[in-house]
Ligand binder design. Sequence first.
Ligand code: SF4
Length: 87
Amino acid sequence: MRGPIPPGEWRTFAACLDEDPDLFFPPSEKRRYVAQIFEAQAVCGRCRVRRRCADLAVSSGEQFGVWGGELPSQRRPRMRAPKAVSD
Ligand code: SF4
């Protein structure tokens, strides 16, 4: 994740804070990048804020990168899903 993080904000708990941000942005989902994708997903797999990260990517329409361990192709169906209506 990129950009300054305000103290106490959920991203301060991210497992990727000390990782190279480029790890999470493979050029594509093609087979040649599978090692990079798996490495990024392994970091996400031990992240305490994984669900929030994945939800942020969906709600912001993030088209690139591994967020919450999910690739763009994995979150796209949730981006298209109609929002639940509450009373
Ligand atoms: S889920 Fe992955 S990309 Fe998201 S904050 Fe955690 S380690 Fe970083």
